[in-house]
Ligand binder design. Structure first.
Ligand code: SRM
Ligand code: SF4
Length: 573
Protein backbone atom coordinates (compact mmCIF):
# COMPACT_ATOMS: atom_id res chain seq x y z
CA UNK A 1 0.00 0.00 0.00
CA UNK A 2 1.42 3.41 -0.92
CA UNK A 3 1.77 6.08 1.75
CA UNK A 4 -0.88 8.15 -0.05
CA UNK A 5 -3.35 5.27 0.26
CA UNK A 6 -2.29 4.55 3.82
CA UNK A 7 -2.85 8.10 5.03
CA UNK A 8 -6.03 8.82 3.12
CA UNK A 9 -8.89 9.51 5.54
CA UNK A 10 -11.76 7.18 4.64
CA UNK A 11 -15.35 8.38 4.64
CA UNK A 12 -17.75 10.58 2.75
CA UNK A 13 -15.89 13.54 1.29
CA UNK A 14 -16.99 16.97 2.47
CA UNK A 15 -19.20 18.91 0.07
CA UNK A 16 -16.36 21.38 -0.55
CA UNK A 17 -14.50 18.51 -2.24
CA UNK A 18 -17.37 17.99 -4.65
CA UNK A 19 -17.60 21.66 -5.48
CA UNK A 20 -13.87 21.99 -6.14
CA UNK A 21 -13.95 18.89 -8.36
CA UNK A 22 -17.00 20.14 -10.26
CA UNK A 23 -15.72 23.70 -10.54
CA UNK A 24 -14.07 23.44 -13.93
CA UNK A 25 -10.83 24.62 -12.29
CA UNK A 26 -12.45 27.36 -10.23
CA UNK A 27 -14.68 28.79 -12.97
CA UNK A 28 -18.03 27.43 -11.83
CA UNK A 29 -20.82 29.57 -13.24
CA UNK A 30 -19.49 32.78 -11.75
CA UNK A 31 -19.78 34.61 -15.08
CA UNK A 32 -23.51 33.82 -15.31
CA UNK A 33 -24.05 34.90 -11.69
CA UNK A 34 -22.30 38.17 -12.35
CA UNK A 35 -24.81 39.18 -14.97
CA UNK A 36 -27.81 38.07 -12.87
CA UNK A 37 -29.20 41.27 -11.43
CA UNK A 38 -32.14 39.59 -9.67
CA UNK A 39 -29.93 38.98 -6.66
CA UNK A 40 -26.99 40.95 -5.35
CA UNK A 41 -25.31 37.72 -4.29
CA UNK A 42 -23.70 34.62 -5.75
CA UNK A 43 -25.61 31.36 -5.83
CA UNK A 44 -24.90 27.71 -5.04
CA UNK A 45 -21.25 26.70 -5.49
CA UNK A 46 -20.24 30.15 -6.72
CA UNK A 47 -20.72 31.48 -3.18
CA UNK A 48 -17.70 29.37 -2.20
CA UNK A 49 -15.80 29.50 -5.49
CA UNK A 50 -15.38 33.28 -5.48
CA UNK A 51 -13.17 32.77 -2.40
CA UNK A 52 -10.48 31.21 -4.55
CA UNK A 53 -10.50 34.51 -6.44
CA UNK A 54 -10.02 36.44 -3.19
CA UNK A 55 -13.59 37.41 -2.35
CA UNK A 56 -16.16 36.58 0.31
CA UNK A 57 -19.84 37.28 0.03
CA UNK A 58 -21.03 39.25 3.05
CA UNK A 59 -23.81 41.49 4.27
CA UNK A 60 -23.89 44.08 7.02
CA UNK A 61 -25.17 42.25 10.10
CA UNK A 62 -26.14 45.51 11.80
CA UNK A 63 -28.89 46.04 9.24
CA UNK A 64 -29.79 42.43 8.45
CA UNK A 65 -32.82 42.22 10.75
CA UNK A 66 -34.17 45.56 9.61
CA UNK A 67 -33.93 44.54 5.94
CA UNK A 68 -35.63 41.23 6.70
CA UNK A 69 -38.46 43.14 8.38
CA UNK A 70 -38.84 45.15 5.19
CA UNK A 71 -38.84 41.89 3.21
CA UNK A 72 -35.61 42.82 1.47
CA UNK A 73 -32.83 40.34 0.82
CA UNK A 74 -29.69 41.04 2.85
CA UNK A 75 -27.56 43.77 1.26
CA UNK A 76 -25.21 41.31 -0.41
CA UNK A 77 -21.78 42.59 -1.23
CA UNK A 78 -18.28 41.20 -1.44
CA UNK A 79 -15.20 41.71 0.65
CA UNK A 80 -12.05 41.55 -1.47
CA UNK A 81 -8.68 40.56 -0.05
CA UNK A 82 -5.66 41.46 -2.15
CA UNK A 83 -2.53 39.36 -2.67
CA UNK A 84 0.48 41.29 -1.47
CA UNK A 85 3.41 38.98 -0.70
CA UNK A 86 5.42 40.49 2.14
CA UNK A 87 2.93 43.37 2.30
CA UNK A 88 4.76 45.67 -0.11
CA UNK A 89 2.77 48.22 -2.11
CA UNK A 90 3.89 51.26 -4.10
CA UNK A 91 2.56 54.78 -3.46
CA UNK A 92 1.01 54.74 -6.95
CA UNK A 93 -0.88 51.55 -6.08
CA UNK A 94 -1.95 53.10 -2.78
CA UNK A 95 -3.44 56.06 -4.60
CA UNK A 96 -5.48 53.70 -6.79
CA UNK A 97 -6.76 51.57 -3.91
CA UNK A 98 -7.63 54.70 -1.95
CA UNK A 99 -9.73 55.93 -4.85
CA UNK A 100 -11.48 52.60 -5.29
CA UNK A 101 -12.34 52.40 -1.58
CA UNK A 102 -13.65 55.94 -1.72
CA UNK A 103 -15.81 55.41 -4.77
CA UNK A 104 -17.06 51.84 -4.44
CA UNK A 105 -16.77 50.40 -0.92
CA UNK A 106 -19.95 51.04 1.04
CA UNK A 107 -17.77 51.56 4.11
CA UNK A 108 -15.22 53.76 2.31
CA UNK A 109 -12.36 52.13 4.17
CA UNK A 110 -9.20 50.19 3.43
CA UNK A 111 -8.78 47.48 6.08
CA UNK A 112 -5.23 46.28 6.78
CA UNK A 113 -5.25 42.63 7.83
CA UNK A 114 -3.26 40.42 10.17
CA UNK A 115 -1.71 38.86 7.07
CA UNK A 116 -0.06 41.91 5.57
CA UNK A 117 -2.59 42.82 3.00
CA UNK A 118 -5.69 44.97 2.64
CA UNK A 119 -9.38 44.29 2.23
CA UNK A 120 -12.13 46.31 0.63
CA UNK A 121 -15.40 45.65 2.44
CA UNK A 122 -18.81 46.23 0.94
CA UNK A 123 -18.35 46.15 -2.84
CA UNK A 124 -21.64 45.66 -4.67
CA UNK A 125 -22.00 43.27 -7.56
CA UNK A 126 -22.00 45.84 -10.39
CA UNK A 127 -18.56 47.04 -9.27
CA UNK A 128 -16.81 43.72 -8.72
CA UNK A 129 -15.38 43.32 -12.19
CA UNK A 130 -14.10 46.88 -12.35
CA UNK A 131 -12.51 46.34 -8.94
CA UNK A 132 -10.41 43.49 -10.32
CA UNK A 133 -9.59 45.44 -13.44
CA UNK A 134 -8.54 48.52 -11.46
CA UNK A 135 -6.30 46.41 -9.27
CA UNK A 136 -4.90 44.53 -12.22
CA UNK A 137 -4.00 47.77 -13.98
CA UNK A 138 -1.85 48.67 -10.99
CA UNK A 139 -0.21 45.23 -10.77
CA UNK A 140 -2.25 43.83 -7.88
CA UNK A 141 -4.44 40.71 -7.89
CA UNK A 142 -6.44 38.78 -5.34
CA UNK A 143 -5.73 35.27 -6.56
CA UNK A 144 -5.66 32.63 -3.83
CA UNK A 145 -6.04 34.99 -0.91
CA UNK A 146 -8.89 32.79 0.26
CA UNK A 147 -10.08 29.23 -0.41
CA UNK A 148 -8.24 25.92 -0.11
CA UNK A 149 -4.92 27.12 -1.48
CA UNK A 150 -1.68 28.68 -0.28
CA UNK A 151 -2.62 32.21 0.88
CA UNK A 152 -0.74 35.51 0.84
CA UNK A 153 2.87 34.77 1.82
CA UNK A 154 4.07 36.88 4.74
CA UNK A 155 7.53 38.33 5.29
CA UNK A 156 9.03 40.23 8.25
CA UNK A 157 8.07 43.81 7.52
CA UNK A 158 10.65 46.31 8.60
CA UNK A 159 13.51 46.52 6.10
CA UNK A 160 15.94 47.73 8.76
CA UNK A 161 18.39 44.91 8.02
CA UNK A 162 18.02 46.04 4.46
CA UNK A 163 20.10 43.51 2.54
CA UNK A 164 18.74 40.37 4.23
CA UNK A 165 15.24 41.78 4.15
CA UNK A 166 15.37 42.33 0.41
CA UNK A 167 16.52 38.74 -0.17
CA UNK A 168 13.91 37.33 2.22
CA UNK A 169 11.17 39.39 0.60
CA UNK A 170 12.24 38.16 -2.86
CA UNK A 171 11.71 34.62 -1.58
CA UNK A 172 8.29 35.47 -0.20
CA UNK A 173 7.31 36.69 -3.66
CA UNK A 174 8.83 33.65 -5.39
CA UNK A 175 7.09 31.21 -3.04
CA UNK A 176 3.78 33.01 -3.49
CA UNK A 177 4.06 32.85 -7.29
CA UNK A 178 5.26 29.25 -7.28
CA UNK A 179 2.34 27.99 -5.22
CA UNK A 180 -0.39 29.96 -7.02
CA UNK A 181 -3.17 28.11 -8.83
CA UNK A 182 -2.25 27.80 -12.49
CA UNK A 183 -5.83 27.88 -13.82
CA UNK A 184 -6.67 30.73 -16.15
CA UNK A 185 -10.04 31.16 -14.39
CA UNK A 186 -9.19 34.48 -12.70
CA UNK A 187 -8.05 36.12 -15.94
CA UNK A 188 -11.05 34.80 -17.87
CA UNK A 189 -13.71 35.84 -15.40
CA UNK A 190 -12.44 39.15 -14.09
CA UNK A 191 -10.05 40.46 -16.73
CA UNK A 192 -11.86 39.27 -19.87
CA UNK A 193 -8.83 37.14 -20.65
CA UNK A 194 -8.75 34.68 -23.49
CA UNK A 195 -10.73 31.52 -22.78
CA UNK A 196 -8.66 28.41 -22.19
CA UNK A 197 -9.90 24.84 -22.39
CA UNK A 198 -9.72 23.75 -18.76
CA UNK A 199 -9.26 20.09 -19.69
CA UNK A 200 -5.90 21.10 -21.10
CA UNK A 201 -4.88 22.85 -17.86
CA UNK A 202 -2.98 21.31 -14.98
CA UNK A 203 -2.44 22.12 -11.32
CA UNK A 204 0.88 20.35 -10.74
CA UNK A 205 1.34 21.45 -7.13
CA UNK A 206 -2.12 22.15 -5.73
CA UNK A 207 -3.85 19.38 -7.67
CA UNK A 208 -7.08 19.71 -9.61
CA UNK A 209 -9.11 19.34 -6.40
CA UNK A 210 -6.92 21.91 -4.67
CA UNK A 211 -5.91 21.54 -1.02
CA UNK A 212 -8.05 19.99 1.71
CA UNK A 213 -8.11 23.35 3.50
CA UNK A 214 -6.49 26.81 3.57
CA UNK A 215 -2.69 26.84 3.78
CA UNK A 216 -0.49 29.64 5.16
CA UNK A 217 3.19 30.40 4.61
CA UNK A 218 5.71 32.91 5.97
CA UNK A 219 9.30 33.99 5.56
CA UNK A 220 10.54 35.37 8.87
CA UNK A 221 13.76 37.13 9.83
CA UNK A 222 14.74 36.44 13.45
CA UNK A 223 14.86 37.91 16.01
CA UNK A 224 11.50 39.46 14.92
CA UNK A 225 8.56 37.11 14.92
CA UNK A 226 6.22 39.82 13.63
CA UNK A 227 4.51 37.35 11.29
CA UNK A 228 3.63 34.97 14.15
CA UNK A 229 5.08 31.79 12.68
CA UNK A 230 3.04 29.50 14.90
CA UNK A 231 -0.15 30.62 13.19
CA UNK A 232 1.14 29.20 9.91
CA UNK A 233 1.32 25.84 8.12
CA UNK A 234 4.77 26.48 6.63
CA UNK A 235 7.48 28.88 7.74
CA UNK A 236 10.88 29.68 6.33
CA UNK A 237 13.08 31.11 9.08
CA UNK A 238 15.82 33.16 7.40
CA UNK A 239 19.38 32.17 8.29
CA UNK A 240 21.99 34.70 7.21
CA UNK A 241 25.75 34.83 7.15
CA UNK A 242 26.45 38.54 7.59
CA UNK A 243 24.17 40.25 5.13
CA UNK A 244 23.85 37.21 2.90
CA UNK A 245 20.87 34.91 3.23
CA UNK A 246 22.17 31.31 3.09
CA UNK A 247 19.11 29.21 3.79
CA UNK A 248 16.09 28.57 5.95
CA UNK A 249 15.05 26.58 8.97
CA UNK A 250 11.68 25.08 8.06
CA UNK A 251 8.80 25.00 10.57
CA UNK A 252 5.63 23.11 9.67
CA UNK A 253 2.16 22.69 11.14
CA UNK A 254 1.17 25.83 13.06
CA UNK A 255 -2.42 27.06 13.23
CA UNK A 256 -4.68 28.75 15.74
CA UNK A 257 -8.29 27.93 15.01
CA UNK A 258 -10.54 25.74 17.13
CA UNK A 259 -14.28 25.16 17.50
CA UNK A 260 -16.06 25.78 20.78
CA UNK A 261 -17.00 22.45 22.35
CA UNK A 262 -15.01 20.30 19.92
CA UNK A 263 -11.87 18.99 21.58
CA UNK A 264 -10.60 17.45 18.36
CA UNK A 265 -9.75 21.03 17.36
CA UNK A 266 -7.01 23.10 19.01
CA UNK A 267 -4.39 25.73 18.30
CA UNK A 268 -0.99 24.21 17.60
CA UNK A 269 2.58 25.41 17.25
CA UNK A 270 4.66 24.56 14.20
CA UNK A 271 7.32 21.81 14.39
CA UNK A 272 10.94 22.30 13.46
CA UNK A 273 11.86 20.15 10.44
CA UNK A 274 15.46 21.40 10.03
CA UNK A 275 17.66 23.54 7.82
CA UNK A 276 17.72 23.71 4.03
CA UNK A 277 19.95 25.64 1.65
CA UNK A 278 18.33 28.38 -0.42
CA UNK A 279 18.30 26.41 -3.66
CA UNK A 280 15.93 23.86 -2.09
CA UNK A 281 13.33 26.39 -0.97
CA UNK A 282 10.77 25.96 -3.73
CA UNK A 283 11.19 22.16 -3.78
CA UNK A 284 10.52 22.02 -0.05
CA UNK A 285 7.55 24.39 -0.34
CA UNK A 286 6.04 22.19 -3.06
CA UNK A 287 6.79 19.00 -1.09
CA UNK A 288 5.09 20.25 2.09
CA UNK A 289 2.09 21.50 0.13
CA UNK A 290 1.75 18.31 -1.92
CA UNK A 291 2.10 16.05 1.13
CA UNK A 292 -0.67 17.99 2.82
CA UNK A 293 -2.63 17.86 -0.46
CA UNK A 294 -2.43 14.05 -0.55
CA UNK A 295 -2.65 13.25 3.15
CA UNK A 296 -4.85 16.03 4.52
CA UNK A 297 -8.33 15.13 5.73
CA UNK A 298 -10.90 15.70 2.97
CA UNK A 299 -13.72 14.18 4.98
CA UNK A 300 -13.87 16.53 7.96
CA UNK A 301 -12.94 20.16 7.27
CA UNK A 302 -12.56 20.87 10.97
CA UNK A 303 -9.59 18.49 11.06
CA UNK A 304 -8.24 19.21 7.61
CA UNK A 305 -5.38 21.63 8.20
CA UNK A 306 -1.72 20.57 8.14
CA UNK A 307 -1.52 20.70 11.94
CA UNK A 308 -4.01 17.85 12.20
CA UNK A 309 -2.31 15.85 9.44
CA UNK A 310 0.95 16.03 11.43
CA UNK A 311 -0.84 14.83 14.56
CA UNK A 312 -2.52 11.98 12.71
CA UNK A 313 0.42 10.61 10.71
CA UNK A 314 3.24 11.70 13.04
CA UNK A 315 5.70 14.54 12.58
CA UNK A 316 8.59 12.24 11.58
CA UNK A 317 6.50 10.45 8.95
CA UNK A 318 5.38 13.74 7.42
CA UNK A 319 8.93 15.10 7.47
CA UNK A 320 10.35 11.97 5.80
CA UNK A 321 7.75 12.26 3.05
CA UNK A 322 8.75 15.88 2.47
CA UNK A 323 12.41 14.81 2.25
CA UNK A 324 11.48 12.14 -0.27
CA UNK A 325 9.36 14.44 -2.40
CA UNK A 326 11.90 17.30 -2.34
CA UNK A 327 14.86 14.95 -2.68
CA UNK A 328 16.63 16.46 0.29
CA UNK A 329 17.67 15.63 3.84
CA UNK A 330 16.94 18.30 6.42
CA UNK A 331 20.14 19.34 8.24
CA UNK A 332 19.87 20.21 11.94
CA UNK A 333 18.28 23.61 12.34
CA UNK A 334 20.66 26.54 12.69
CA UNK A 335 20.43 28.47 15.97
CA UNK A 336 18.12 31.48 16.09
CA UNK A 337 15.98 33.18 18.69
CA UNK A 338 12.83 35.24 18.53
CA UNK A 339 12.95 38.19 20.91
CA UNK A 340 10.11 40.41 19.70
CA UNK A 341 6.89 40.50 17.76
CA UNK A 342 5.55 44.02 17.76
CA UNK A 343 6.23 46.61 15.10
CA UNK A 344 8.86 49.29 15.76
CA UNK A 345 6.85 52.48 15.80
CA UNK A 346 8.29 55.77 14.68
CA UNK A 347 11.43 56.21 12.61
CA UNK A 348 14.21 53.66 12.26
CA UNK A 349 17.20 53.93 9.99
CA UNK A 350 18.04 50.93 7.80
CA UNK A 351 21.64 49.88 7.26
CA UNK A 352 21.33 51.33 3.76
CA UNK A 353 20.83 54.78 5.29
CA UNK A 354 17.13 54.95 4.28
CA UNK A 355 14.52 55.83 6.90
CA UNK A 356 11.40 53.81 7.71
CA UNK A 357 8.42 55.22 9.55
CA UNK A 358 6.05 52.76 11.22
CA UNK A 359 2.58 54.16 11.83
CA UNK A 360 0.15 52.70 14.35
CA UNK A 361 -3.25 52.09 12.75
CA UNK A 362 -5.78 51.00 15.34
CA UNK A 363 -7.48 47.83 14.07
CA UNK A 364 -5.84 48.38 10.70
CA UNK A 365 -8.83 50.49 9.68
CA UNK A 366 -7.82 53.24 7.26
CA UNK A 367 -10.72 55.64 7.19
CA UNK A 368 -11.33 59.34 7.74
CA UNK A 369 -12.63 59.22 11.32
CA UNK A 370 -14.20 62.47 12.61
CA UNK A 371 -11.14 63.24 14.75
CA UNK A 372 -8.52 61.33 12.71
CA UNK A 373 -8.40 61.74 8.91
CA UNK A 374 -6.15 58.69 8.46
CA UNK A 375 -7.21 57.93 4.91
CA UNK A 376 -6.59 61.44 3.65
CA UNK A 377 -3.27 61.45 5.49
CA UNK A 378 -2.09 58.24 3.83
CA UNK A 379 -3.20 59.55 0.46
CA UNK A 380 -1.20 62.74 0.99
CA UNK A 381 1.86 60.69 1.97
CA UNK A 382 1.45 58.45 -1.07
CA UNK A 383 1.39 61.54 -3.32
CA UNK A 384 4.84 62.70 -2.20
CA UNK A 385 6.54 59.48 -1.13
CA UNK A 386 9.26 58.06 -3.37
CA UNK A 387 9.91 54.77 -1.53
CA UNK A 388 7.29 52.13 -0.86
CA UNK A 389 4.62 51.34 1.71
CA UNK A 390 4.64 48.14 3.74
CA UNK A 391 1.77 46.50 5.50
CA UNK A 392 2.67 44.67 8.68
CA UNK A 393 1.17 41.48 10.06
CA UNK A 394 0.06 43.52 13.08
CA UNK A 395 -2.30 45.63 10.93
CA UNK A 396 0.05 48.64 10.79
CA UNK A 397 1.82 50.53 8.03
CA UNK A 398 5.44 51.38 7.28
CA UNK A 399 6.35 54.30 5.06
CA UNK A 400 9.60 52.71 3.90
CA UNK A 401 12.70 53.85 2.08
CA UNK A 402 12.48 57.56 2.86
CA UNK A 403 15.58 59.61 2.08
CA UNK A 404 16.82 62.11 4.66
CA UNK A 405 15.54 65.15 2.75
CA UNK A 406 11.95 63.82 2.72
CA UNK A 407 11.78 62.76 6.37
CA UNK A 408 10.32 65.97 7.71
CA UNK A 409 7.79 66.29 4.88
CA UNK A 410 6.41 62.82 5.58
CA UNK A 411 6.41 63.35 9.31
CA UNK A 412 4.53 66.64 9.02
CA UNK A 413 1.76 65.00 7.00
CA UNK A 414 1.61 62.07 9.42
CA UNK A 415 1.34 64.31 12.46
CA UNK A 416 -1.21 66.61 10.84
CA UNK A 417 -3.52 63.69 10.04
CA UNK A 418 -3.04 61.93 13.40
CA UNK A 419 -1.22 59.03 11.79
CA UNK A 420 1.50 59.78 14.36
CA UNK A 421 0.26 60.53 17.85
CA UNK A 422 2.49 60.74 20.89
CA UNK A 423 -0.50 59.85 23.04
CA UNK A 424 -0.75 56.26 21.74
CA UNK A 425 0.40 54.01 24.57
CA UNK A 426 2.66 50.98 24.30
CA UNK A 427 -0.34 48.96 25.50
CA UNK A 428 -2.46 50.14 22.59
CA UNK A 429 0.35 49.34 20.18
CA UNK A 430 0.57 45.82 21.61
CA UNK A 431 -3.16 45.14 21.22
CA UNK A 432 -4.99 43.72 18.24
CA UNK A 433 -8.45 42.51 17.22
CA UNK A 434 -9.99 40.79 14.23
CA UNK A 435 -12.68 42.45 12.07
CA UNK A 436 -15.68 40.64 13.54
CA UNK A 437 -18.99 42.55 13.47
CA UNK A 438 -20.64 43.90 11.43
CA UNK A 439 -19.15 42.31 8.31
CA UNK A 440 -17.93 38.90 9.45
CA UNK A 441 -20.64 36.26 9.13
CA UNK A 442 -18.92 34.01 11.70
CA UNK A 443 -18.59 36.62 14.45
CA UNK A 444 -20.02 35.66 17.83
CA UNK A 445 -18.91 38.75 19.78
CA UNK A 446 -17.53 42.20 19.04
CA UNK A 447 -13.79 42.50 18.46
CA UNK A 448 -12.64 45.46 16.31
CA UNK A 449 -15.35 47.76 17.70
CA UNK A 450 -14.71 46.61 21.28
CA UNK A 451 -10.90 46.89 21.15
CA UNK A 452 -10.40 50.66 21.66
CA UNK A 453 -12.43 50.71 24.86
CA UNK A 454 -11.05 47.39 26.09
CA UNK A 455 -7.53 48.77 25.72
CA UNK A 456 -8.41 51.98 27.58
CA UNK A 457 -9.50 49.84 30.51
CA UNK A 458 -6.23 47.86 30.52
CA UNK A 459 -4.26 51.12 30.26
CA UNK A 460 -6.07 52.42 33.33
CA UNK A 461 -5.29 49.22 35.26
CA UNK A 462 -1.60 49.38 34.37
CA UNK A 463 -1.48 52.98 35.60
CA UNK A 464 -3.40 52.17 38.76
CA UNK A 465 -1.02 49.35 39.65
CA UNK A 466 2.07 51.44 38.93
CA UNK A 467 3.17 49.62 35.77
CA UNK A 468 1.95 52.16 33.24
CA UNK A 469 5.31 51.98 31.46
CA UNK A 470 4.80 48.28 30.66
CA UNK A 471 2.43 46.50 28.33
CA UNK A 472 0.77 43.15 27.75
CA UNK A 473 0.23 41.47 24.38
CA UNK A 474 -3.56 41.67 24.35
CA UNK A 475 -5.70 40.33 21.54
CA UNK A 476 -9.40 39.90 20.90
CA UNK A 477 -10.95 37.63 18.37
CA UNK A 478 -14.68 37.53 17.73
CA UNK A 479 -14.95 33.74 17.46
CA UNK A 480 -12.67 30.72 17.92
CA UNK A 481 -11.36 30.91 14.35
CA UNK A 482 -8.73 33.18 15.81
CA UNK A 483 -8.11 35.74 13.06
CA UNK A 484 -6.80 38.27 15.63
CA UNK A 485 -4.30 35.59 16.81
CA UNK A 486 -5.49 35.72 20.41
CA UNK A 487 -4.12 32.18 20.77
CA UNK A 488 -0.60 33.62 20.72
CA UNK A 489 -1.27 36.51 23.13
CA UNK A 490 -0.43 36.99 26.80
CA UNK A 491 -4.12 37.78 27.28
CA UNK A 492 -6.48 36.47 24.63
CA UNK A 493 -10.24 36.97 24.44
CA UNK A 494 -12.20 34.59 22.23
CA UNK A 495 -15.80 35.46 21.36
CA UNK A 496 -18.45 33.02 22.60
CA UNK A 497 -21.70 35.00 22.21
CA UNK A 498 -22.94 38.59 22.40
CA UNK A 499 -20.71 40.21 25.04
CA UNK A 500 -19.37 36.81 26.14
CA UNK A 501 -15.79 35.72 25.80
CA UNK A 502 -13.46 32.95 26.87
CA UNK A 503 -10.46 34.42 28.65
CA UNK A 504 -7.07 32.85 27.94
CA UNK A 505 -3.85 33.84 29.70
CA UNK A 506 -0.24 32.73 29.73
CA UNK A 507 1.11 33.21 26.22
CA UNK A 508 4.54 34.80 25.93
CA UNK A 509 5.71 38.03 24.31
CA UNK A 510 7.59 36.26 21.54
CA UNK A 511 4.60 34.27 20.28
CA UNK A 512 6.02 30.86 21.18
CA UNK A 513 3.51 29.78 23.85
CA UNK A 514 -0.24 29.23 23.50
CA UNK A 515 -2.33 30.81 26.28
CA UNK A 516 -4.60 28.52 28.29
CA UNK A 517 -8.31 28.95 28.99
CA UNK A 518 -8.68 30.64 32.39
CA UNK A 519 -12.37 31.56 32.55
CA UNK A 520 -15.15 30.56 30.18
CA UNK A 521 -18.07 32.50 28.74
CA UNK A 522 -17.79 35.68 30.81
CA UNK A 523 -18.86 39.25 30.14
CA UNK A 524 -16.56 42.21 29.53
CA UNK A 525 -17.27 43.48 33.06
CA UNK A 526 -16.26 40.14 34.56
CA UNK A 527 -13.16 40.02 32.38
CA UNK A 528 -12.05 43.46 33.52
CA UNK A 529 -12.56 42.58 37.20
CA UNK A 530 -10.43 39.44 36.80
CA UNK A 531 -7.75 41.23 34.82
CA UNK A 532 -7.59 44.07 37.33
CA UNK A 533 -6.81 41.51 40.03
CA UNK A 534 -4.25 39.60 37.93
CA UNK A 535 -2.50 42.75 36.72
CA UNK A 536 -2.34 43.95 40.33
CA UNK A 537 -0.73 40.66 41.40
CA UNK A 538 1.77 40.85 38.55
CA UNK A 539 2.63 44.47 39.35
CA UNK A 540 3.35 43.60 42.98
CA UNK A 541 5.22 40.32 42.49
CA UNK A 542 6.88 40.46 39.06
CA UNK A 543 10.58 39.72 38.85
CA UNK A 544 12.85 41.97 36.83
CA UNK A 545 11.52 42.34 33.28
CA UNK A 546 9.03 39.55 33.85
CA UNK A 547 6.14 39.78 31.43
CA UNK A 548 2.53 39.26 32.48
CA UNK A 549 2.33 35.96 30.56
CA UNK A 550 5.47 34.59 32.19
CA UNK A 551 4.35 35.78 35.62
CA UNK A 552 0.96 34.01 35.59
CA UNK A 553 2.77 30.78 34.81
CA UNK A 554 5.57 31.17 37.38
CA UNK A 555 3.04 32.13 40.03
CA UNK A 556 1.03 28.98 39.29
CA UNK A 557 -2.06 30.97 38.30
CA UNK A 558 -2.27 28.95 35.09
CA UNK A 559 -0.47 25.84 33.81
CA UNK A 560 1.48 26.44 30.61
CA UNK A 561 0.30 24.79 27.41
CA UNK A 562 3.28 22.63 26.48
CA UNK A 563 1.95 20.19 23.92
CA UNK A 564 -1.40 21.55 22.80
CA UNK A 565 -2.63 18.42 21.03
CA UNK A 566 -2.54 16.68 24.39
CA UNK A 567 -2.79 19.34 27.07
CA UNK A 568 -4.76 22.29 25.68
CA UNK A 569 -8.01 21.05 27.21
CA UNK A 570 -6.56 19.97 30.57
CA UNK A 571 -8.73 20.89 33.50
CA UNK A 572 -8.87 24.57 34.40
CA UNK A 573 -6.03 25.18 36.83
FE1 SRM B 1 -9.55 34.79 9.25
C1 SRM B 1 -12.37 33.27 8.24
C2 SRM B 1 -10.93 37.75 8.59
C3 SRM B 1 -6.52 36.18 9.56
C4 SRM B 1 -8.44 31.91 10.80
N1 SRM B 1 -11.35 35.33 8.50
C5 SRM B 1 -12.36 34.52 8.11
C6 SRM B 1 -13.47 35.34 7.43
C7 SRM B 1 -13.17 35.38 5.96
C8 SRM B 1 -14.91 34.89 7.71
C9 SRM B 1 -15.52 33.94 6.73
O1 SRM B 1 -14.96 32.84 6.47
O2 SRM B 1 -16.58 34.25 6.21
C10 SRM B 1 -13.22 36.73 8.09
C11 SRM B 1 -13.68 37.93 7.31
C12 SRM B 1 -14.03 39.08 8.24
C13 SRM B 1 -14.20 40.37 7.53
O3 SRM B 1 -15.35 40.86 7.49
O4 SRM B 1 -13.23 40.92 7.04
C14 SRM B 1 -11.74 36.62 8.40
N2 SRM B 1 -8.84 36.57 8.96
C15 SRM B 1 -9.58 37.70 8.79
C16 SRM B 1 -8.73 38.95 8.89
C17 SRM B 1 -9.19 40.06 7.95
C18 SRM B 1 -8.68 39.42 10.35
C19 SRM B 1 -8.12 40.79 10.58
O5 SRM B 1 -8.72 41.47 11.40
O6 SRM B 1 -7.10 41.18 10.02
C20 SRM B 1 -7.36 38.33 8.53
C21 SRM B 1 -7.12 38.29 7.05
C22 SRM B 1 -5.80 37.69 6.74
C23 SRM B 1 -5.40 37.75 5.31
O7 SRM B 1 -5.09 38.86 4.86
O8 SRM B 1 -5.37 36.70 4.67
C24 SRM B 1 -7.55 36.91 9.04
N3 SRM B 1 -7.76 34.11 9.97
C25 SRM B 1 -6.67 34.91 10.14
C26 SRM B 1 -5.74 34.28 11.03
C27 SRM B 1 -4.43 34.90 11.54
C28 SRM B 1 -3.27 34.60 10.64
O9 SRM B 1 -3.42 33.89 9.63
O10 SRM B 1 -2.17 35.06 10.96
C29 SRM B 1 -6.30 33.07 11.41
C30 SRM B 1 -5.72 32.07 12.43
C31 SRM B 1 -4.56 31.31 11.94
C32 SRM B 1 -4.99 30.01 11.33
O11 SRM B 1 -5.35 30.01 10.16
O12 SRM B 1 -5.00 29.01 12.05
C33 SRM B 1 -7.57 32.97 10.72
N4 SRM B 1 -10.27 32.85 9.44
C34 SRM B 1 -9.67 31.86 10.16
C35 SRM B 1 -10.54 30.69 10.14
C36 SRM B 1 -10.26 29.33 10.82
C37 SRM B 1 -9.49 28.43 9.95
C38 SRM B 1 -9.34 27.05 10.52
O13 SRM B 1 -8.21 26.56 10.60
O14 SRM B 1 -10.36 26.43 10.90
C39 SRM B 1 -11.69 31.06 9.42
C40 SRM B 1 -12.93 30.20 9.13
C41 SRM B 1 -12.68 29.16 8.10
O15 SRM B 1 -11.69 29.14 7.37
O16 SRM B 1 -13.55 28.28 8.02
C42 SRM B 1 -11.48 32.42 9.00
FE1 SF4 C 1 -14.67 36.67 11.95
FE2 SF4 C 1 -14.09 34.94 13.83
FE3 SF4 C 1 -12.22 35.71 12.14
FE4 SF4 C 1 -13.05 37.42 13.92
S1 SF4 C 1 -12.02 35.48 14.37
S2 SF4 C 1 -12.81 37.85 11.74
S3 SF4 C 1 -15.16 36.88 14.13
S4 SF4 C 1 -14.00 34.54 11.62
Amino acid sequence: MSNDEKYLVQGKLSDNERLKKDSNLLRGTIVQDLSDDVTGGFTADNFQLIRFHGMYQQDDRDIRAERAKQKLEPLHNVMLRARLPGGVITPKQWIEIDKFAEDYSIYGSIRLTTRQTFQFHGVLKPHIKSMHQTLNATGIDSIATAGDVNRNVLCTSNPIESAVHKQAWDWAVKISEYLLPKTNAYAEIWLDGEKVDSTQEDEPILGKNYLPRKFKTTVVIPPHNDVDVHANDLNFVAIADGDKLIGFNVLVGGGLAMTHGDKSTFPRKADDFGFISLDKTLDVAAAVVSTQRDWGNRVNRKNAKTKYTLERVGVETFKKEVEKRADITFAPSRPYKFTSRGDRFGWVEGIDGKHHLTLFIENGRILDFPDKPLKTGMLEIAKVHAGDIRLTANQNLIVAGVCSSQKQVIEDIAVKHKLMQASVSKQRQDSMACVSLPTCPLAMAEAERYLPDAVSQIEAMLEKHGVGNQSIIYRITGCPNGCGRAMLAEIGLVGKGPNKYNLHIGGDREGTRIPRLYRENISDTEIMTILDDLIGQWARAQQENESFGDYVIRAGIIKPVVDSARDFYDELS
